[in-house]
Design a protein around this ligand. Sequence first.
Ligand code: ADP
Ligand code: MG
Length: 294
Amino acid sequence: MTDPTNTHHTNNTRYDSGSVATLLEALPYIREFHGRTIVIKYGGAAMLDDNLREAFATDVVLLKYVGLNPIIVHGGGPEITRYMEKLDLEVRFHEGLRVSDAETVEVAKMVLVGKLNSEIVQRLNRHGQAAVGLSGEDGTLFEVTPVANAEQVGFVGSIERVDVDVLNHIAADYIPVIASSASDRSGQSYNVNADEAAGKVAAAIGAHKAIFLTDVEGWLADPDNEGSLISRASVGEVGEKLPALAGGMRPKLAACVDAIQGGAQSAHIIDGRIQHSLLLELFTDAGIGTMVTP
Ligand code: ADP
Ligand code: MG
């Protein structure tokens, strides 16, 4: 523990050397990232716990203050499930995708856009940087078509095209917060995996980095063994392993590949259960989670 009296201004030759070292460690990163766009997929554990939600908002606002352009893309899986259960709707997944009939899509949209998106925006506003909420329909941000296995999963969309014009306008001044819902040309709504949305946004906007917060340490070689973290992999290595992957890690790694193919210098899957994992990843020498490189 740091001696708290050390930080008092009673003697100007004494200071908390740990804090100063941390700031100095951050400086080259702040310089490198200044003016850069960072796409952050917000989800998993970090969205469920109030302390983690506060820490996340603090981190994102700090990024904006020090000159980065954060863009948030969020899902809302557990919360959508909670509301579906309240409404006595059947919750079912098929190969990691939520089986979505018309009612499910309606509830998902209400929860994603009406509740979660608005809560994230409010929290960022309260921490001192104005945020603007968007969904896939705003400015025709996403154009979707039904996924290949729509027969099995219903109204689940895959993103065909991203129009970043609206995002560029908003990101110049505000923090865009994007809910992963969208419609097709006929106006039918679809559920869209938020990782896919984040990867596509990162690629389309030419993000410097994409960071995916989740509820595990990162990509595990063996999903049942927390000690099997893959801390670094190239796009080629990810591409080889992708077909064999299951569950939520598959769209996340596919999104990392999308981001890098779109020009990002790296994509990261990090542990959203750790407070301030975003700052640790961006501004310290400690590499956390899984880093995907070109
Ligand atoms: P979110 O998208 O909110 O981060 P998901 O549940 O969609 O959460 O994705 C994370 C989950 O993916 C983990 O909790 C884990 O159960 C699952 N998973 C499947 N395969 C792996 C793997 N190889 N490494 C890590 N997690 C995996
Ligand atoms: Mg997921």
